[in-house]
Design a protein around this ligand. Structure first.
Ligand code: 4AD
Ligand code: MG
Length: 502
């Protein structure tokens, strides 16, 4: 079947003419003589209005009983209507039902997150997942565009590897014909080798980490893009990263305005994302965390959370009261959906109220030398309206390949980029240690098997140059721009420690 149907996104071209769309029944309601059918076709939503008398009686009845997610084609005159979902509606003159669905498991009544994850293969059809999926597509397109247009060469780095780039606790082992290998945690080490050939390179692929933490920021399989540049210093890297992130955000704002609105994303803040970003050293970040400003900030936040809790509880009580009375079925279903959302929200607020004093204590007692934890990052990122670079971390807390600051041997020339509004780290990067002997020391210090790094050390023997790069996590970036709190919603089929269903 060749597809000669009109796509919903193109309906404007058919104003006052006839068109046939093909899709799935997203939602419907009927008021006796008129039926409102919302059809989705992958490009958008369209309200189709079927009036008794204007379509054959038999079809009118069939449409009235058609189950959610049935597939069909609908023909009718295209009318402009500002109030309609996509701005245009269809005055139905005919329809052909392709496949009838009964008992679609995901109803407009809304469900808990566990149920939805178990039905991810169907939940992908929801408006929310559809909007996030489209924005993810733009983010990935922008990533490739940025590097391709700025003279970077794409290098595909291997997935099976013997080397650990990051924390050896998070390796996924594989039996490679009897030899123990693992799935890659980063393409960086191989990329450094390619940078010595091409100058500016990037890799982009799936990344695997056996994260035992069940946080909203960790997946066990995620997508990471990593640029690597020869002859660059820390300032150069920060500039590259802020231009890169600003470009991604600008592309999403330009191409996904309606999706961002549908998701309730904070477009006002996103439009302010342009260079320069804030710059803090790790030492400054620690001073902020342990200082008065953070104490006051967290105390104020606690008050706000308590207010939010009170309001949410009030709204829940109001809705529960309404549900006890005599109300229309559609209103009852709408209330039920809102109640599920409000209860989830209340749970989250309660967790934050519980965590607030713990985080305050951790921040106040923060000792120079530790890596910043999730809660510390959250606090710093909540205190800023634009992304923040945190640079020069203690050497002992960081990966072996990071270059020691020659002016202060205790720290390395690295950075994390924290997204604002509490989203936390989206980029980690550094200048690389380019001195052979210092690198050997660092590898040994970290208890890594030096034999696995022979070829990597060669790069410091043959024309070693200052170089560096960074890695940006796609799902964390999508979570930030869409305002989605949990990164499991930012990849079609998420892999988490306790969840690999579909
Ligand atoms: O900070 P990370 O560990 O840096 C590296 O892997 C470097 N080798 C990159 C480089 O310099 N070429 O990870 C980089 C980014 C993080 O900032 C985060 O966005 C993402 O990868 N990330 C994760 N995303 C989802 N789930 C996880 N478990 C993640 N771990 C890291
Ligand atoms: Mg990191």
């Amino acid at each position: 079947m060749t597809n000669s149907f009109t796509q919903i996104k193109n309906l404007a071209n058919f104003k006052d003419k006839e068109a046939t769309i093909a899709g799935w029944l997203y939602n419907s309601r009927s008021s006796g003589k008129i039926q409102f059918l919302i059809i989705r076709d992958g490009t958008g939503l369209c309200q189709c209005i079927a009036e008794k008398g204007k379509v054959p009686d038999e079809l009118f009845e069939e449409l009235r009983h058609l189950g959610q997610e049935s597939s069909l084609t609908v023909t009718g005159a295209v009318r402009k209507d500002e109030r309609s979902v996509g701005g245009y509606e269809l005055a139905v003159s005919g329809a052909e039902i392709i496949h009838t669905t009964t008992d679609y498991p995901i109803t407009p009544k809304s469900h808990g997150i566990d149920f939805l994850l178990k039905h991810r293969h169907l939940h992908l059809r929801s408006q929310r997942q559809w909007c996030i999926g489209k924005i993810r597509h733009t983010v990935i397109d922008a990533i490739r565009r940025f590097f391709n247009d700025n003279g970077f060469i794409l290098i595909d780095t291997p997935i099976f590897t013997a080397m650990a780039g990051e924390d050896t606790q998070t390796l996924f082992g594989v039996d490679y014909f009897g030899e123990p290998l693992h799935l890659t945690q980063t393409g960086q080490l191989h990329l450094e080798s390619a940078a010595m050939s091409f100058g500016k390179v990037y890799c982009f692929g799936p990344t695997f980490r056996a994260e035992k933490s069940k946080t909203r920021r960790h997946l066990t399989e995620f997508w990471m893009v990593e640029p690597e540049v020869a002859f660059i210093d820390l300032d150069g890297l920060l500039e590259l990263a802020e231009n890169f992130v600003s470009f991604i955000v600008a592309q999403v704002l330009q191409k996904n305005k309606s999706e961002l609105e549908a998701l309730g994303a904070d477009t006002a803040t996103l439009s302010k994302i342009r260079p320069p970003f804030y710059r803090l050293t790790y030492t400054e970040a620690v001073e902020i965390l342990a200082g008065e400003r953070t104490k006051e900030f967290l105390a104020k936040q606690l008050e706000e959370l308590k207010g939010q809790k009170e309001q949410t509880e009030k709204r829940i009580a109001g809705l529960e009261e309404e549900q006890k009375g005599q109300i229309k079925q559609w209103k009852r279903e709408k209330n039920a959906a809102e109640l599920i959302e409000l209860r989830t929200e209340l749970d989250e607020v309660n967790v934050r109220i519980e965590n607030n004093p713990k985080h305050a204590k951790l921040a106040a007692g923060f000792q120079w030398g530790k890596d910043l934890g999730g809660s510390d990052e959250t606090i710093i990122s909540q205190m800023h309206d634009k992304p923040v670079f945190v640079t020069h971390y203690p050497k002992a807390a960081k990966a072996f390949y990071m270059k020691t600051d020659r002016g202060n041997e205790k720290v390395v020339l690295n950075f994390d980029l924290l997204a604002p509004a509490g989203f936390g780290e989206i980029i980690g990067g550094s200048v690389r240690e380019d001195n052979h002997n210092l690198l050997v020391e660092r590898i040994k210090d970290q208890g890594l098997n030096i034999e696995n790094y022979t070829w990597y050390l060669d790069l410091r023997k043959y024309g070693s140059v200052p170089h560096g790069g960074f890695g940006l996590g796609v799902e964390r970036t999508v979570a930030w721009v869409t305002g989605e709190r949990h990164i499991r919603q930012c990849i079609a089929f998420p892999r988490l420690m306790d969840r690999v269903y579909i």
